[in-house]
Ligand binder design. Sequence first.
Ligand SMILES: [Zn+2]
Length: 393
Amino acid sequence: MTIGDNGFIKELNYKTVLDTIRTKGAVSRADVSRLTGLTRSTCTVICDRMLKQGIIIETGTVGSTGGRPPILLQINNRAGAVLGLKMMEDMIAGATVDLGGNIIQQQSWEMRPGLDMETYLPRFEEFVQDIIGKHRNSYPLIPMLGIGIGVGGRVSSDGVLIKSSVLGWRDVSLKKRLQKRFSMPVHIENDVNTFAIGEKFFGAGVHYENFLSLSVGEGIGLGIIIDGKLFAGSHHGAGELGHTRISFDSQAPYCTCGKQGCLESFTSDRAIIGMYNQETGKTFQINEIIQKASEGDPHALKVFKIMGRYLGIAVSSLVNIFDPQAVIIGGERTNASQFFIKELSTAMQENTVYDLAKDVDLIVLEPSNNEWIRGVAALAIREFFSATTNWRQ
Ligand SMILES: [Zn+2]
């Protein structure tokens, strides 16, 4: 379609209105007109169509200075649900999520680590079947619209798992296989990218067009949102921040990728455990080191400060390159952010050129076990919303 094409403009207007209602919450038709710049009559036609389709609902009225109080519109969260899934070596987890990002049901199955693909995938499919079956039994009126899957590794734009260091597989046509098996759209993405998409769609990034999401924990991952969209790179491999080399010292620690001196080998959980061991000669698990930091152990506090400084320097380079509106920090290690965020912030400010970091919002997410669900669900829901103009017509 080309610009000027009537159908194209109608579709664009529909998406603009839908996106406005979705991101602004309860709004009146007049608000929609004001926020989108579309005429009142165009907005009314589009909103009436959405009401008929069941994708939005009228939620009540607001006080008015005179005349009839305006009726508010919002997304009908229960107009559909998606299934978000996470594939890990020792566990598969899934949740059905409504269009507002609210979890309806969730479950997980343990897996025996080291399973080959031929054993893992049938078990995974059994899991998916089980959770879909439960959803259909409990919520027959909420249609299942699609599946979103997050996995550690490199995933192509057409849903081929090119390489997963987590699962040890290569070149698996996951999307094709699962779409055939479950007869619904399947979207697969690298788990760090799903985190960025989730924040843009439901989370701290909703009102930013350009931001970076940094995932901190076992590894260091980067998601890049530019002009409101994920930037995945020319070969779907962008964001490997953890494996940028930051030390050329021949004694620099080895990284899980096999190379030496990567950022990750100074900032991941494994690095913190290693640094603590160097400081004290003792080996503890990451949660024990966090506990020690919270009790004031100077060695534990020191290693988190070093880690924060390394991360802050890395973030300053990113700010120099991308000039983002915000940097959002998530991942498991946000549960220790109080021990490293000050150093991260200072290093970011000190090492950025032209004071670029001054106006960058540094946001640390609350530690949550369910952060991933928002990401994988958003993967499927955003596709639904962008394809929704023809829904139930
Ligand atoms: Zn590496």
